[in-house]
Every structure is written in structure tokens, then in C-alpha cells.
Design a protein around this ligand. Structure first.
Ligand SMILES: Nc1ncnc2c1ncn2[C@@H]1O[C@H](COP(=O)(O)OP(=O)(O)O)[C@@H](O)[C@H]1O
Ligand SMILES: [Mg+2]
Length: 217
């Protein structure tokens, strides 16, 4: 079973957007997908409630009010994690997945907070032992954005890749209103966005996003 977590201590950086889009991508590929919502606002589950019945199914789990029980036969679990997870809670959370996607907005404040969060993440045993792979997504990037330069050298030294840059576009909102991901939208509308997602999908499907020796769990 593949376990992919979308994580950042900051709210509003695109965790739910990215989690729901990953879920819809793999569902469209015919995978048995679970979307586990850890955020008390349950935005991922709200998204799922709006999902049109004709679209590939995704199983939603309320991990806020219930202990997490992933059904047998699940191929991919996506964790949409609440903001503000730190300390011991972070350690426990990180144990659940072998891949972490970390969305970061392009403002200087967000980039600095993102770097700080990555430092905290690297103190978590599983991450420092390379049992969890982290990839960064630059989200809501406007044309000619430069803010990530500084972060880039910091990330390179830590061997954390910037997987992709996603532009700021209403397409995500339009899709989300109907419980869809961009992959479910008419291709001509979202062509550019689907293109921007390709490196994310490639990374998730590659060994680069998975530890060499998966810990038994
Ligand atoms: N690439 C993007 N372009 C435009 N709007 C975006 C993008 N990513 C996220 N948003 C919007 O930003 C807001 C916060 O995103 P969300 O995914 O809910 O963040 P989080 O789950 O981290 O709090 C939402 O209204 C969402 O539609
Ligand atoms: Mg959210």
C-alpha cells in the first residue's frame, strides 16, 4: 500500500487542494484510493461529499473523530493533515507515510516558515533515517516568481527536491466546487495545469519518493 502525506504546519498553503487532486488522479487511474482527513475542518471530506457520483470513487475517512482504519484492498492512502502539527504529534503523524509532499506558498514569510518546518521535520527519527521521503511543491506561483531561490540552496543541501511549481489559478477552485480534481475537468480548460502536475505524478510513481528499505508497519 502506498501512503502519501500532504503536510505543512501552515494553513492555507494548498494541502487540501493537493491531497484531493492526488486522490482524483489515482482514482481516475482505477486505483483503490482512500483520502484520510486529519483536519478538524474536514475540508477533504466536504470535497468528497460534493463529488459527482459518475466520477471514479474515492473512500473518505474521518481521522479526526475516528481511529484510522484503512479498508483491506486499499492501494493508495492520501493523508490531508491539519495545520499546526508539531512535536510528538508530528513524529506520530510522519510514521504513517513513506512520502511527504510539502506545499509552500511563494511569499517570503511562507518560505521562511517552510524552511523552519522542514528543519523540524528532519529532527523526526523516521525522516532523518531516510525512511520518509520529502518533496516540496511551490504552490500558487505567479509568473516571474523569484522567492524560491534562497530556499533552493537550503533544500539542495538537505537533498530535498522541489518537485513542481503550480500556478495560481481558479481552475482548482472550479474543480473543487464539484468535488473534482483538475484531472476530471475538460482537458482544454486545464491543459497547462495537468502539464504542471506531471512531475508530481512521475515522482510519486518513482522509487525516488520511496525509502529504499520500507520499514515494516
Ligand atoms: N494553485 C492554486 N491556485 C489558486 N488557488 C489555490 C491554489 N492552491 C490552493 N488554492 C486556494 O487556496 C485556498 C487554501 O488552499 P487549501 O488547499 O484549502 O489549503 P490548506 O489545506 O493547506 O489549508 C483554497 O481556497 C484553495 O482553493
Ligand atoms: Mg486543508
Amino acid at each position: 500500500m502506498r501512503r502519501i502525506m500532504v503536510l505543512n504546519a501552515k494553513g492555507g498553503c494548498g494541502k487540501t487542494t493537493i491531497a484531493t487532486n492526488i486522490a482524483s488522479h489515482f482514482a481516475k487511474k482505477g486505483k483503490n484510493v482512500v483520502l484520510a482527513d486529519f483536519d478538524p475542518q474536514l475540508s477533504s471530506l466536504d470535497w468528497l461529499l460534493k463529488r459527482e457520483a459518475s466520477k471514479p470513487p474515492i473512500t473518505g475517512l474521518d481521522a479526526v473523530n475516528n481511529p484510522l482504519r484503512v479498508p483491506n484492498g486499499t492501494e493508495i492512502v492520501i493523508f490531508d493533515v491539519n495545520a499546526g502539527v508539531m512535536g510528538r504529534e508530528l513524529t506520530a503523524m510522519v510514521r504513517r507515510a513513506e512520502t511527504i509532499l510539502l506545499p509552500v506558498l511563494p511569499s517570503p514569510i511562507d518560505i521562511r516558515a517552510g524552511a523552519k518546518f522542514i528543519q523540524e521535520l528532519l529532527l523526526v527519527g523516521k525522516v532523518s533515517r531516510d525512511q520518509t521521503k520529502i518533496g516540496l511543491i511551490a504552490n500558487r506561483v505567479k509568473e516571474n516568481a523569484t522567492g524560491y531561490d534562497k530556499l533552493q540552496s537550503f533544500l539542495t543541501s538537505l537533498k530535498i527536491p522541489i518537485i513542481a511549481s503550480l500556478r495560481d489559478t481558479q481552475n482548482y477552485l472550479r474543480a473543487a466546487e464539484r468535488g473534482l480534481g483538475i484531472f476530471d475537468m475538460r482537458h482544454s480548460l486545464v491543459e497547462h495545469d495537468v502539464e504542471q502536475w506531471k512531475p508530481i505524478i512521475t515522482w510519486l510513481n518513482s522509487v525516488k519518493s520511496q525509502p529504499k528499505n520500507k520499514e515494516a508497519s
